[in-house]
Design a protein around this ligand. Structure first.
Ligand SMILES: Cc1cc2nc3c(=O)[nH]c(=O)nc-3n(C[C@H](O)[C@H](O)[C@H](O)COP(=O)(O)OP(=O)(O)OC[C@H]3O[C@@H](n4cnc5c(N)ncnc54)[C@H](O)[C@@H]3O)c2cc1C
Length: 493
């Protein structure tokens, strides 16, 4: 069971006219015909901008538009806000993020600053991650060996990413990764991108912003995101089915509950939802957009949450544990989440997709079996309850993260281009460096809102700097240092 969404609709009447029914549309048109032309101009829009989707990007866009004192409505297909960010508090009585949990690079993450004022507690994720080799933890020397190979793998992908043609990250991996290859493939592929490295563009991967640190929200990242939608004019359970832009200067957005006419639309539905044609564009999306969406279809990433008794993983909170594996049938564990007796096991990529397709029972069975392989048969007795997410089946999301497929490195910049200066895309996929993260989704939502408002003349274009900025002195290239601590951050560039 998922925590019920807050009713964020309460103040919609203050901000926007109710959604129009066909009858009210006709009545409105008749009234407008009788009215003077100024009134017609004023009445021909229901809102300035309509935002489609109340996930992180949609929330950011709506907040930016309201901050500029323009009116906006958020149309959300699901019966809750947050999209791929949702905290479940009911199942085990403690917060569990079903989707995003890591707030990467908190010092520059746009969401981090909201936690304190919202009364939520953000704390640093511990830097020390562990590797399980058989039924013991890796020793310092083994970890160093792993780290050296991880750096080598990242360097191979970065070199390929700078090359002329795009290749898959799988192809870009150096030949010599020893017996760490499968572990590295899991950490950089399914665990980071939700796809196997063979299915990820090396150019896209190498543009990924460094994720050098992270924070956790004690009450859940989904809780924070939902708080940010408080007071926004959201219409829940209102799936957009069609977006029409034939008439100059206006966008008509159709839903089963009626239509909205706006000056511009910001579309934040996931790339898989759009690639599947769940929203009909009229006129059709140009080919380069459909190609881009196809390259950015979401990978698979699911979470099995286990309620435990005792501390089979040891006493430390938020321990991130990987397995030294020799196959793709592996996972990542976050143990003792926020000090609770909860463990989150993440499965992803091709293997994760196949397993998730078999249902929650199969997922939980795999995870318990896999953990007993790492911690001994007694662990089975420590598992009280389990449940699993199935993001590929969520009809308004259809997956996890938009790592570009090989050859698809062009796709993000295509989606940044507005269509007819009326439709802007936003969402995690529409950010060239922070794709796949809540920070990237937030940034893209704000960026789309600003671009739309600038186009409509609601805000001024940023002024050119009076003096040319001083050229930054070239920094010497950082050499990958040998780690002295037995810890690593898997995403470090
Ligand atoms: C299991 C999992 C773990 C993750 N872990 C992390 C992490 O630790 N850290 C991190 O930074 N990121 C993580 N991510 C990625 C992160 O969740 C996403 O990047 C981010 O939440 C995407 O936000 P968004 O607004 O772009 O899209 P979404 O969250 O998909 O929001 C789009 C919204 O549009 C709505 N919608 C769809 N179709 C329609 C329609 N026709 N009409 C109206 N509304 C519609 C959807 O219901 C949804 O609410 C994870 C994702 C998953 C699935």
């Amino acid at each position: 069971m998922v925590a019920p969404a807050k009713n964020t609709n309460l103040r919609i009447a203050d901000v926007v006219m109710p959604l129009l029914t066909r009858r009210s549309l006709l009545a409105g048109a008749a009234a407008a015909m009788a009215a003077p032309s100024l009134a017609l101009a004023q009445k021909s829009y229901d809102v300035d901008i309509v935002v489609i989707g109340a996930g992180v990007a949609g929330i950011a866009a709506a907040r930016r538009i309201l901050a500029a004192k323009r009116n906006v409505v958020l149309l959300e297909a699901a019966d809750r806000v947050g999209g791929r960010c949702i905290t479940d508090i009911q199942t085990f009585g403690v917060p569990i993020d079903r989707g995003a949990h890591w707030l990467y690079s908190p010092s520059s993450n746009p969401l981090a600053r909201f936690a304190g004022p919202a009364g939520l507690d953000l704390y640093h994720a511990p830097p020390g991650q562990k590797i399980r080799i058989g039924q013991r933890y890796a020793r310092e020397g083994e970890l160093e060996d792993f780290l050296a190979n991880l750096v080598r793998a990242r360097r191979g992908i970065a070199d390929a990413g700078r090359g002329r043609g795009d290749v898959s990250c799988g192809k870009a991996l150096p030949k010599v990764l020893g017996d760490w290859r499968d572990t590295i493939e899991f950490v950089l592929g399914p665990f980071t991108c939700s796809k196997d490295l063979a299915d990820v563009s090396a150019t896209d991967f190498s543009r990924m912003a460094p994720r050098n640190s992270a924070s956790f929200c004690r009450q859940g990242l989904g809780t924070l995101v939902a708080r940010l939608a408080d007071q926004l004019p959201v219409r829940l359970s209102t799936p957009v089915t069609r977006i029409e832009t034939w008439r100059r200067g206006r966008v008509t957005v159709e839903t089963p509950k009626g239509n909205i006419v706006a000056r511009a639309a910001i579309v934040t539905a996931s790339t898989s939802v759009l690639a599947e044609g769940k929203i009909n564009f009229d006129p059709n999306l140009p080919r380069r957009y459909t190609d881009a969406l196809d390259h950015l279809r979401l990978g698979s990433y699911d979470r099995v949450a286990l309620e435990m008794t005792g501390t089979p993983f040891g006493p430390q909170s938020d321990d991130l544990i990987f397995q030294k594996s020799d196959s793709i049938r592996t996972a990542g564990v976050l143990a003792n989440v926020s000090g609770n007796q909860i463990c989150m096991v993440d499965i992803a990529g091709k293997f994760g997709r196949e397993l998730a397709a078999q249902g929650e029972r199969a997922m939980a069975d795999f995870v318990v079996e896999w953990l007993t392989g790492l911690y001994g048969a007694d662990l089975r007795q420590s598992v009280k309850r389990a449940y699993a997410t199935r993001w590929n089946e969520e009809p308004f999301v259809l997956g996890a993260i938009s790592a570009a497929s090989p050859g698809g490195q062009f796709a993000r910049s295509v989606l940044m281009d507005p269509i007819r200066n009326r439709i802007w895309f936003a969402g995690e996929a529409v950010d060239e460096t922070r794709w796949g993260t809540v920070g990237g989704a937030w940034q893209s939502g704000e960026r789309a809102a600003e671009a739309a408002m600038r186009q409509l003349g609601f805000i001024a274009a940023p002024r050119e700097p009076a003096v040319a900025p001083r050229r930054r002195r070239r920094q010497p290239r950082r050499q990958p240092s040998r780690q002295t601590q037995p810890s690593f951050w898997p995403f470090r560039n």
